[in-house]
Structures are given as structure tokens and as C-alpha cells.
Design a protein around this ligand. Sequence first.
Ligand code: COA
Length: 174
Amino acid sequence: MSLRAKKVSESETIMSEMIMPNDTNSLGNLMGGNLLRWMDIAGAICAGKHCERSVVTASVDHVSFKLPIPVGDVITIKASATRAFSTSVEIFVEVFSADIKGGNSRRCNDAYYTFVGLDDASRRPVTIPPVLPLSREEQELYNGALQRRELRLILSGRMKPEEATEIKSLFLKK
Ligand SMILES: CC(C)(COP(=O)(O)OP(=O)(O)OC[C@H]1O[C@@H](n2cnc3c(N)ncnc32)[C@H](O)[C@@H]1OP(=O)(O)O)[C@@H](O)C(=O)NCCC(=O)NCCS
């Protein structure tokens, strides 16, 4: 497994699903938990391609469900690597929906997932390749990843606010 920096396009993953009755709530709209599961799968495929390894989900950042997605719609989930750290990679997952004819096309939600690359034998975290951002959008996502990482590590109790460099000021008492 190589540790060369990899372009975002090398691991970008697009997944489609048609919303069936069994995926919905009593109002006939997609259940949030089912959407999270598909987002997790698309994110894991993307992270696995980037790391060239088995990966596990370490965290999911804030998700809001902005628009209902009715039965019969077709959703498209796009997952892209934004930045890798030492053993973890942040994946940006976006969800779009449209009817079967492509009408009423809209962006429904997005979330940042963090996956960790594992060694096959020990199942412990291992170093993964860096992400090489090329476009302006990729560079912006790459730059913002440091702040998002510190925030999620602080909120999960894995980092003390005083250890943060990028977002320390948010936690300082005036
Ligand atoms: C994720 C996991 C492998 C981390 O193991 P660990 O012993 O804490 O290992 P480390 O402390 O070396 O952390 C490994 C990486 O995970 C990251 N990480 C761990 N918890 C995290 C969290 N809550 N949010 C974001 N990143 C996290 C660390 O920052 C580190 O990344 P880095 O090397 O790029 O800096 C371990 O907690 C695990 O196996 N969790 C269960 C995963 C799983 O089963 N997911 C499916 C849900 S059921």
C-alpha cells in the first residue's frame, strides 16, 4: 500500500438508491436512519479507496435533514475525501434527490464523516496517504478540515480545548 498523496478524484464515490416503501416513515418519506446508513456506506467506500485498506467509522459530525425525500425518489450520494491526518481521513458526504424522471432535483443534506484506516492483521490504526487537493473547492474543504477536526475531537472528549491551535479562541474565557 502506497503512501503517495492521492487526488480527490481517485476515491470519489457516487452511489444511487431508489426510495422504496420499506425505507420510509409513516408519512411516506425516507427515514433519517436509513439515509445515515447509506451515507456511511458511500463514505466508507470512498475512505477505503483512499486508504487502500479496511476502514471503520470513527465519527459523524452534525447532520440535519433539511428536506423530506418521498418514496419513489432517487437519491444520489456523493462522497469525497477532504483531508487525511495520520490514520484518519475526513470524508464529505452530500445527498441529492430527484424524481425518477430527474425532475424536482435538489440538494438535501451533507455531513462530514471520519474514517480510520486499519491494519488487516492487528486491526489497529495505521498511517494512510495524504489527500492532494487540486481545485479551489477541494482546497477550501482541505483548509477547513483542521478546524472541524479540532472541534470534533474536543466535543468527543479526545482533545482538551487548550490543546487546540485552530479554534482555541472559541473556548477561551474572556
Ligand atoms: C476509531 C478507532 C479505531 C480509534 O481507535 P483508538 O484506539 O482510539 O486509536 P487512536 O487514538 O490512535 O486514534 C486513531 C485515529 O482516530 C481518530 N479518532 C478517534 N476517535 C475519533 C472521533 N471521535 N472523531 C474523530 N476522529 C477520531 C484519532 O484522531 C486518530 O486520528 P489521527 O491518527 O489521524 O490523528 C476505535 O475507537 C474503534 O475501533 N472504534 C469503533 C469503530 C466502529 O466500529 N465503527 C462503527 C460504528 S459501530
